[in-house]
Design a protein around this ligand. Structure first.
Ligand SMILES: CC(C)(COP(=O)(O)OP(=O)(O)OC[C@H]1O[C@@H](n2cnc3c(N)ncnc32)[C@H](O)[C@@H]1OP(=O)(O)O)[C@@H](O)C(=O)NCCC(=O)NCCSC(=O)C[C@H](O)C(=O)O
Ligand code: MG
Length: 302
């Protein structure tokens, strides 16, 4: 079954920043990422972990999806981070700097066989040279008989830039081939994929252009670092009024009695085929979920 949950904006919040953790609950984001990794200094990892568990366990996130980003499986923090994730029970655990399928299984082992973790999925950061080279194998492992609960990929463009030493300008030309490679790997294995962050959070024009580019490259949503980026990511990654109207027109055209046995039609000067019905239904499904989200009452402050 296709996962069409809207993830237009996924906000990182440093696990050590209690103000940000509370503020996230009030923002119109689709996803909240409680970070235990790079935004948290080693000296305060433990305190941040405890704070994140306490905040998640209190719930009160309304429609927002709750994700905990843990330190990489190769670090000394990983085991305790995963134990904390089991205690907190977020919707998903985001694994950092994933370079092999073995790291997915290392996380899976913490969750497997525990009924209380049934609803927790795994997401993987794609942010190292090795991870990018092997991304197809990592993503495709979801289909192996022993299976695991990997459901999505998240690009870590800061780490990709750090490790490869490329110098991307505003058009991100040096990283686009890798972005496309990750999109292909995600799609071939039925995973969603989110774009990396835009560091210059006061440059909203540049941020909007990068969202438009990511969407054109097939990405599902944007990871964001500041509240001022949320509205733009939501707008750019959500179906526009024009896209919704077009989706309805495609479905209506094929529903006309005179077209019931047709495989191809002309609509406003362009060819549409039955595969476009599937695309249209996906657009309307996402739009419906976004509408429902906006009508979900916000939980009362605790
Ligand atoms: C980037 C920041 C350090 C900027 O902080 P600051 O200058 O303090 O922000 P403001 O004063 O403008 O904040 C205004 C209000 O907004 C709240 N706020 C700010 N950021 C967040 C946030 N991320 N979540 C929730 N709320 C936030 C402030 O509390 C203010 O609220 P109020 O008190 O009501 O006025 C800061 O934005 C920040 O820390 N951002 C997140 C950084 C982060 O998590 N980085 C790690 C993830 S990115 C990464 O690692 C990507 C990947 O791995 C890769 O490799 O690419
Ligand atoms: Mg990173």
């Amino acid at each position: 079954m296709q996962d069409t949950r809207p993830r237009r904006s996924a906000l990182y919040m440093p696990g050590s920043n209690s103000r940000a953790l509370e503020k996230g609950k009030t923002l119109p984001v689709d996803t909240l990422i409680f970070d235990l990794e790079d935004s948290v200094a080693d000296e305060v990892k433990e305190k941040a972990r405890d704070q994140v568990v306490e905040t998640i366990r209190k719930r009160g996130f309304g429609h927002r999806e709750v994700v905990m980003r843990v330190n990489a499986a190769r670090t000394a923090f990983f085991e305790e981070d995963m134990t904390a994730a089991v205690a907190a029970r977020p919707d998903a655990v985001l694994l950092s700097k994933v370079e092999s399928t073995a790291e997915i299984y290392a996380a899976e082992r913490h969750l497997r066989g525990r009924p209380e973790t049934q609803g927790i999925s795994l997401w993987a950061m794609v942010e190292t040279a090795r991870g990018l080279i092997d991304i197809d194998e990592i993503a495709a492992s979801v289909k192996k008989p022993e299976g695991h609960r990997l459901r999505g990929l998240v690009l870590g463009t800061n780490d990709i830039i750090r490790e490869t030493r490329v110098k991307p300008g505003p058009d991100r030309l040096p990283v686009l081939a890798w972005v496309s490679r990750a999109v292909l790997a995600a799609r071939a294995s039925g995973l969603f994929i989110l774009d990396g962050v835009y560091n210059e959070f006061t440059d909203l024009e540049g941020f909007e252009a990068e969202c438009a580019q990511g969407r054109a490259f097939g990405i599902d949503g944007k990871t964001v670092i500041h509240p001022c980026q949320v509205e733009i990511a939501n707008r750019l990654y959500g179906p526009s009024p024009e896209e919704i109207a077009d989706a309805k027109a495609v479905i209506a055209a094929f529903e006309k009695p005179e077209n019931h046995d047709k495989g191809v039609l002309a609509l406003n000067g362009r060819m549409i085929e039955r595969m476009h019905i599937e695309m249209a239904k996906r657009t309307l499904d996402i739009a419906g979920q976004i509408r429902a989200q906006s009508m979900t009452p916000e939980p009362a402050p605790i």
